[in-house]
Design a protein around this ligand. Structure first.
Ligand SMILES: *Cc1c(COP(=O)(O)O)cnc(C)c1O
Length: 362
């Protein structure tokens, strides 16, 4: 018998996600600035809640996440019924693609957009459509003109990764209002906490039935290792996503840690302030070395080098000095390096080493 075992069409078009490097062979004290993690780690409140939950590991977890949804709702002023929790915001992205996009449908992401949009689109059998940005900023008109009667989802991260740029609420509204009737706008707010007084787009959802927001505990809340995120949207869409969500997708320690973290408002304040200050310092220090970056609204900056070769050798030089940053050639930015804003010592160190590199190379 000749077997004809084949995966679903499009699955083999998926290029494996490349995470930020975390180790350099033969080096112990590396500075990791490659994955936009919180340099201050996880809040103690969340660690305590996580360990406490470990006493009940033999029990199945709660399936409706009501306590966490209530806590998120209280903190952000949102209706808990319209919140869904997932294994990172990545899982919410997966649910959206699975529930709304299939073979023959189109899903829009932008030129330098986050890799998971394309991956989840292909996994659902749908067709990813890549729309150009304007100077590393999401271009609403370009997105609107790329829409067709097959467009089901439009993914925009605001602030965006890896560019760090943002578009204003007026532009976001114009995008939502200009979409064809069958399309959903997904606002990925992974970095929303870093923007003071920004709701990630939540207010838009109150008055529209075609916008969903995703959020994560992986960045500001320092819980990337435990994988938890959430989505907020119109009731009908959230109810639909809950049908494809596995009943036990989150464990009790995950739920407990996230609930404690979201209630820890002092943590958010402190981390945002430190990030804003150190981000400005880092951008300025690199500028003084002749390395510009766009004004970033997130917890990283995108440093632009003269060309691809310079970015690559600078990355190698940083590695040989025990510093890991992120090459973003796969995001159409081969002359750039994405550098997470670390603590003060790491910021000073990365700026110093880049300065050394340029002194000997330019
Ligand atoms: C880091 C990041 C996420 C978060 O993913 P999780 O699955 O929640 O860890 C989502 N979107 C963007 C643009 C990101 O950079």
């Amino acid at each position: 018998m000749t077997r004809v075992i084949e995966p679903q069409p499009k699955i083999l078009e998926i290029a494996l996600y490349q995470g930020g490097q975390s180790k350099i062979a033969g080096m112990d004290n590396t500075i990791k600035l490659s994955s936009n993690e919180n340099p201050f780690g996880t809040p103690d409140s969340a660690k305590t809640a996580f360990s406490k939950a470990s006493h009940q590991l033999h029990r199945y977890p709660n399936t409706d996440h009501s306590a966490l949804r209530q806590a998120i709702g209280d903190v952000h002023g949102l209706n808990p019924q319209q919140i869904i929790c997932g294994v990172g915001s990545d899982e919410i992205i997966t649910f959206l693609c699975q529930a709304y996009a299939g073979v023959g449908d189109e899903v829009i992401h932008t030129e330098h957009g986050f890799a998971m949009y394309r991956i989840s689109t292909l996994a659902a059998g749908a067709t990813p459509i890549c729309v150009p940005e304007r100077e590393r900023v999401v271009d609403v008109d370009a997105i609107l003109s790329a829409c067709t009667d097959k467009t089901k989802l439009v993914f925009v991260a605001n602030p965006a990764n890896p560019t760090g740029t943002m578009i204003g609420q007026r532009e976001v509204s114009r995008l939502a209002d200009g979409l064809p009737p069958q399309a959903i706008l997904v606002l990925d707010g992974a970095y929303a906490e870093y923007v003071e007084a920004f709701d990630g787009g939540a207010a838009l959802i109150e008055t529209r039935d075609n916008v969903v927001m995703t959020r994560t505990f992986s960045k500001m809340y320092g819980l990337g290792g435990t994988r938890i995120g959430w989505g907020y949207g119109p009731q009908e869409i959230i109810d639909t996503l809950n049908r494809v969500r596995g009943p036990f997708n989150l464990s009790e320690p995950q739920l407990a840690a996230a609930e404690a973290a979201v209630k820890d408002r002092d943590w958010v304040e402190k981390c945002r302030e430190d990030n804003t200050r150190l981000r400005a310092w880092l951008a300025e220090a690199l500028m003084e070395h002749g390395v510009p970056s766009d004004t970033s609204c997130a917890n990283f900056i995108l440093a632009r080098f003269i060309d691809d070769a310079e970015a690559e050798s600078c990355d190698e030089f940083l590695k040989s000095n025990g510093i890991l940053v992120r090459r973003v050639a796969g995001y159409g930015l081969p002359n750039c390096l994405r550098i997470t804003v670390g603590d003060e010592a790491s910021c000073r160190r990365v700026a110093h080493v880049i300065g050394q590199f340029l002194e000997q190379s330019r």
